[in-house]
Design a protein around this ligand. Structure first.
Ligand SMILES: [Ca+2]
Length: 455
């Protein structure tokens, strides 16, 4: 009984009393009598005793058992009350009902006992499951606690890692600055030819084509300058020879940077002033470039192609005559195509003091003494004018013809028709990243007007 709950125990204890009360009521109903009666039922598990108290006052008995009053004056022998057959039958019937009731009670008792056993087993199972559930809850709490600790540890590690990253970025930045300084010393300042105040005649810096330079030993990308403006922006304001590395080029090439012509940072692609370099050359020479960067040179169509296609560039011509006059023509948009497109020139957006003579060559292919790409059928402009150029029919401006050290010549080799029809003393072509949007048309556009020079 220890496994029974208190409620079950109380029910079990009250059950005989309740059954006794029910039995008394039944007996009082079925067989009322003033006599005390006892009934004892012996069952397997329990015994019951039913007591009906004797009625002390006959007046309280049922009317059936009340003594009859004498109604006659004559005496007659008193008659003893006879037990009627009906009462005998009722008593027998009551005994049978009691036995049936006892049997039923016994049956109910057995069923109740079975239910109690089942309930006890269910309670045992429930208790076991409750224990399991409690253990599971304990494990869950433990896991939750461990997870919380792990999460806090991860957050702490993440914060540490973030701080370490910030430290590394700071160190990388400082290291980069140091490397840039070192690289500038190694690749710019040490290779930089002394400025125009020094003896340039003693220096020789051959023009190099980026397509031919394979091994340069430069590994630090931060030391690469795309053009002279990038060098100028780094604070190098003296004109001279610097090394630039166009996009897609593996090695730097030497160029002359004009830091003096406003606003500075001009990369010179052509320079002539004394006729020391022969410009009457074939396709390959103009493709790769030739001459001396310190003196006269052609930077090379491949180099110019890479430079003018890595960004938006503007082109400037500086022109000097033999009288000491200087003019310029600037084009806000300039680029040339690659070799498979015959280095076609795209130029527009003129401004300057020389008047426009070059935009009339816009869209023209490059021609040399061994490549006739001009528009004049049956005539080879480059061969006749002895220099590579973007000939049309044949030219409005020409800068690569023969150098004549005087202005009064019949066949001019360096000339700008819209300024003056005579040989020029000095000329420079230079490029610089353009600040404006490019408006170079993709199709060839020939500008009418001007004077086309024919032999
Ligand atoms: Ca032709």
């Amino acid at each position: 009984m220890e496994l029974l709950r208190p409620r079950d125990k109380a029910l079990w204890l009250r059950l005989p009393l309740a059954l006794s009360l029910v039995l008394v009521i039944l007996l009082a109903t079925i067989n009322p009598t003033c006599l005390a009666r006892e009934a004892t039922v012996q069952g397997k598990q329990c015994s019951y005793t039913v007591v009906v108290h004797e009625v002390s006052d006959s007046a309280k008995c049922p009317a059936l058992f009340r003594p009859r009053h004498r109604r006659h004056k004559t005496y007659s022998r008193p008659r003893l009350p006879k037990v009627s057959d009906k009462l005998v039958a009722d008593e027998a019937s009551s005994q049978v009902n009691i036995r049936d009731l006892v049997n039923k009670m016994h049956t109910v008792e057995v069923k109740l006992f079975d239910e109690i056993v089942k309930n006890r087993e269910l309670n045992t199972t429930l208790t076991r499951h409750e224990i399991y559930l409690q253990k599971a809850e304990d494990l869950m709490l433990e896991y939750k606690k461990n997870f919380t600790n792990l999460f806090r540890t991860l957050m702490f590690m993440e914060q540490k890692l973030q701080r370490q990253r910030e430290i590394n970025r700071d160190l990388d930045h400082k290291l980069s600055n140091v490397m840039i300084d070192v690289a500038e010393v190694n690749y710019v300042l040490e290779k930089k030819v002394p400025n125009e105040n020094s003896n340039l005649e003693s220096k020789e810096v051959e023009v190099q084509a980026v397509s031919k330079v394979r091994s340069c030993g430069v590994t630090d990308d931060k030391a690469r300058f795309a053009d002279c403006k990038a060098i100028f922006d780094r604070g190098h304001t003296n004109s001279g020879v610097y090394y630039v590395t166009p996009t897609y080029a593996s090695c730097p090439i030497p160029v002359w940077c004009d830091m003096d012509t406003p606003p500075g940072g001009w990369l010179v692609v052509q320079k002539r002033f004394d006729g020391s370099v022969d410009f009457n050359r074939g396709w390959t020479d103009y493709k790769n470039g030739f001459g001396n960067v310190v003196s006269e040179y052609w930077l090379g169509n491949d180099n110019v192609f890479l430079l003018t296609n890595q960004d938006k560039y503007e082109l400037r011509f500086d022109l000097w005559d033999f009288e000491g006059n200087r003019v310029y023509a600037k084009y806000n948009n300039f680029k040339i195509d690659g070799e498979r497109d015959q280095y076609a020139v795209h130029v527009n957006g003129y401004e300057g003091s020389a008047a426009d003579s070059f935009q009339k060559h816009d869209g023209m292919y490059f021609s040399t003494s061994d490549h006739d790409n001009d528009e004049w059928k049956g005539y080879h402009c480059a061969r006749e004018w002895e220099g590579g150029w973007w000939y049309k029919n044949c030219w409005f401006a020409i800068l690569n013809g023969p150098y004549y050290n005087k202005s009064d010549v019949r066949y001019r080799g360096i000339s700008w028709n819209d300024w003056k029809h005579e040989q020029l003393r000095r000329v420079e072509m230079k490029i610089r990243p353009s600040s404006g949007e490019s408006s170079v048309p993709k199709t060839k556009t020939l500008i009418a007007g001007g004077t086309s020079v024919k032999p």
